[in-house]
Design a protein around this ligand. Structure first.
Ligand code: HEM
Length: 449
């Protein structure tokens, strides 16, 4: 049989290998399509929201919502997950919008708002379908589980307004000035797979499966309107109230945050005010930076060196000029040699408001661990072994990144002793609109006013 014949007859045993592979792939895709699936970056998802996802067709009656003690309010002037005391786990995901139509984006935000409000009280994202010929509409893996104070915080990236110079949804003129593109900072090693994106979703819960479930269901509802660009799970230890959790470097992290219980401080540093735009009033800006920490090196450092690096004592969390965690930093204090007790290049000095024109941000970070991975180098240092991909999913909220993250990190990225151990491998900035009112969807004022 000639090559031409073998192409014409796909069942020929003599057909070229490449053709055989593409034939097998086509067959698999056809099979998946027949089952109602299409491939995208989040695995296999329904091609279009099915009847269950749209809430039509017969459905199982919803279970009773979870008790109020396990629920964080979804509706309100501000979105949840910002001032909320950090739950134990996060699943943070960033989506790319893949549609050209503004109506699709609006429909997605409507569906996400509805689903998020349901999941926050422990209900499945959509009513569960009864028809055995449909997908259930929700994975069901969080059924009967407490929502664990689930919060879902939505953010809009620059790509919603302008992408590759295109005003895809007629929103370019509504892009807030504060939604800036971050400059490149010294030491940045940003990888595309953990950087950028059009929409952000921060799902936090006391149960890791609930947080993951929330993102998974929102990704399902995204259908062909948006696909997941990057995702990172995170965790923090659950300490008793009033005790600051420790990050993977072993230091208490969060001590000097502005107080979330102080509305004046929150209005000053976190919530967008009259400077607007109107649709962002009572909203905030999120900066996210996955930061790899070379724990393999950090763990070998002497205690005193670690403390000099941070500017605080490891065990008590106190500043090097104090004895208790909450003692204020004494940045003027000098040792017997006339050197500052809190070193010039220590993390806390560089980050302190006193050294940053009073600028402050609300940090809400989670540790992450993406497990060990094999590494090999045939040139110096000739090593073969396992490497830890772990660190801090740095998340902070602020009224304006131009007076928050950017100036503060500008100093840190240049001078911080900690930079020997930490590398920023991803980045994102998102405008988080105010909380939705019942019956309205998150970000509605951006689209409709
Ligand atoms: C892996 C990276 C990082 C680690 C391990 C880390 C750790 C810490 C620790 C242990 C403290 C002292 C306790 C506290 O006040 O919370 C602290 C304070 C602080 N950090 Fe970081 N941090 C990291 C990255 C960053 C970044 C990227 C920024 C960006 C702006 C930042 C901003 C601050 C601020 C503003 C403070 C409070 C300073 C003060 O007022 O005393 N940190 N950090």
């Amino acid at each position: 049989m000639s090559a031409a014949e073998s192409v014409l007859n796909p069942f020929s045993r003599a057909r070229p290998r490449r053709f055989a592979r593409s034939w097998a792939l086509a067959a698999c895709l056809a099979l998946l399509a027949a089952r109602g699936y299409a491939q995208d970056s989040y695995g296999y998802q329904p091609q279009a929201p099915d009847a269950a996802a749209l809430g039509s067709g017969a459905s199982l009656p919803d279970p009773a919502p979870a008790p109020a003690s396990e629920v964080e309010p979804f509706y309100g002037p501000h979105q949840g997950g910002i001032l909320t005391r950090a739950q134990g786990f996060t699943c943070f995901a960033v989506f790319d919008l893949t549609t050209a139509k503004r109506e699709d984006v609006e429909a997605l935000l409507k569906a996400w708002t509805k689903a998020a409000a349901r999941m926050a009280v422990g209900l499945p994202a959509v009513p569960l379908a009864l028809d055995p010929q449909q997908s259930a509409g929700d994975s069901g893996d969080a059924l009967g589980v407490s929502p664990g104070h689930l919060t879902i915080t939505f953010g809009f990236g620059a790509g919603l307004f302008v992408k590759d110079g295109k005003d895809r949804y007629g929103l370019a003129s509504r892009r807030p000035k504060a939604l800036v593109d971050l400059p490149r900072f010294p030491g940045d090693e940003l990888v595309a797979q953990r950087t950028g994106g059009d929409l952000s979703v921060q799902a936090c819960s006391d149960d890791p499966q609930v947080a993951l479930h929330a993102v998974r269901e929102l990704a399902r509802l995204a259908g062909r309107t948006a696909s997941v660009r990057w995702e990172q799970n995170g965790f923090i230890p659950q300490t008793p109230a009033g005790q600051t959790p420790r990050n993977l470097m072993g230091f208490e992290d969060g001590t000097m945050n502005p107080s979330t219980g102080d509305p004046t401080a929150m209005a000053k540093y976190v919530w967008v005010g009259a400077e607007g735009p109107d649709w962002m009033r009572d909203g905030t800006y999120l900066v996210v930076r996955p930061i790899r920490i070379a724990l393999e090196h950090w763990d070998k450092m002497k205690l005193a060196f670690q403390e000099q690096t941070v500017g605080r004592y490891k065990y008590s969390g106190a500043p090097l000029t104090g004895t208790n965690e909450r003692d204020p930093l004494d940045l003027a204090a000098k040792d017997a040699n006339g050197d500052p007790v809190i070193p010039e290049d220590s993390h806390v000095r560089l980050a302190a408001p006193e050294e940053n024109h009073g600028d402050q941000i609300l940090r809400r970070p989670y540790s992450y661990d993406n497990n060990l991975r094999f590494t090999a180098e045939r040139w110096p240092p000739w090593r073969q072994g396992m490497e830890v991909d772990a660190g801090l999913l740095f998340i902070c909220y602020q009224r304006d990144p131009r007076t928050g993250f950017i100036p503060i990190f500008n100093r840190i990225s240049r001078f911080d002793m900690m930079n020997q151990f930490v590398t920023h491998v991803g980045s994102g900035v998102f405008a988080c609109p105010p909380g939705p009112k019942p019956g309205r969807y998150v970000g509605e004022d951006l689209f409709e006013n």
